[in-house]
Design a protein around this ligand. Structure first.
Ligand code: AMP
Ligand code: MG
Length: 267
């Protein structure tokens, strides 16, 4: 999955990334679904050790355009995990109270503590994406925010947080298809938001905002991955592989008992 990492310092062109790509798994969808099921079981085990060891903190940032598949990814990839083991935080349009604080205020309080895994469904990146596209900040402010975000993430990494940032990359055609399903399928009607259509009209502006944000904030301690997201099974597989690989690389262990358990007698 390393081919989807944006290497720090490398300036990517977002249009070079193919949302239909399936190149990192050649065995096709059926085998992909079986592999995903193995990975979700592994994730459950890894999460238990993460919690038991009480050392590392895991933050997964999910960003995507509307209908980009954030919710579906969370459901599929985390389906095997103990519901107590992961905290999902969705960031919406800021409230009046949130707007009275700096944009990282609402983020900071949801960051993972030791032994915790947190998934952000949208994140502080909205404050350099939607906010930039709608000119709620100037370009100078936006550039300052890239630096602030990098420093904020560096501080978290130095304090023991492993950060993964995933951009789920869908094509404009695929988004159209998904919006159309929301109109056509009664059970999906509730997901249709007319406001999403005006955001769709701003597609090139969002492309540029994503490209700049990714280029400016992909670092060794907090890398961005650009995940091909037109095919759900492949997107889920990529995200699960990246999560499992990252957790395995932490070399976590169950804690060693502090007393000699062989001497414990239960009466
Ligand atoms: P959804 O994820 O579909 O529930 O929608 C959440 C909405 O909140 C999206 O339209 C986001 O762009 C918007 N949103 C999230 N964070 C911010 C932010 N910091 N400023 C403005 N809008 C935001
Ligand atoms: Mg939405």
């Amino acid at each position: 999955m390393d081919s989807y990492i944006v290497k720090p310092g490398k300036k990517i062109d977002i249009t070079d990334y193919d949302p239909d790509d399936e190149s990192q798994f050649s065995q096709g969808k059926q085998a992909g679904l079986e592999r995903l099921s193995e990975l979700t079981q592994k994730l459950d085990k890894l999460q238990e050790i993460l919690y038991a060891e009480h050392k590392h903190k895991i933050l997964v940032v999910l960003q995507a355009r509307d209908a980009g598949g954030k919710d579906g990814t969370i459901r599929a990839v985390l389906s095997g995990i103990n519901p107590q083991g992961v905290n999902i935080v969705s960031f919406k349009v800021p409230t009046a109270i949130e707007l009275d604080h700096d944009y990282l205020w609402r983020i900071h309080q949801h960051l993972p503590a030791k032994g915790e895994m947190v998934v952000f469904n949208r994140s502080h990146y909205e404050d350099v994406l939607v906010v930039r596209v709608h000119n709620l900040i100037t370009m100078d402010e936006c550039k300052r925010r890239y630096t602030q975000i990098k420093q904020f993430e560096q501080m978290q990494a130095e304090e023991g947080t492993t950060i993964l940032k995933l951009f789920l990359n869908v094509s404009k055609d695929e988004q159209k298809k998904r919006f159309q399903e929301r109109l056509d399928i009664p059970e999906k009607n509730w997901k249709f938001n007319p406001g999403d259509l005006s955001e769709r009209d701003l597609w090139p502006d969002y492309s540029k905002a994503y490209e700049d944000a990714i280029n400016e904030t992909s670092t060794s301690f907090s890398p961005w991955y650009i995940i091909p997201a037109n095919h759900n099974w492949y997107r889920n597989l990529c995200v699960a592989e990246i999560l499992v690989n990252t957790l395995e690389s932490l070399d976590m262990h169950y804690p060693v008992p502090t007393t000699d358990l062989s001497q414990v007698v239960i009466k």
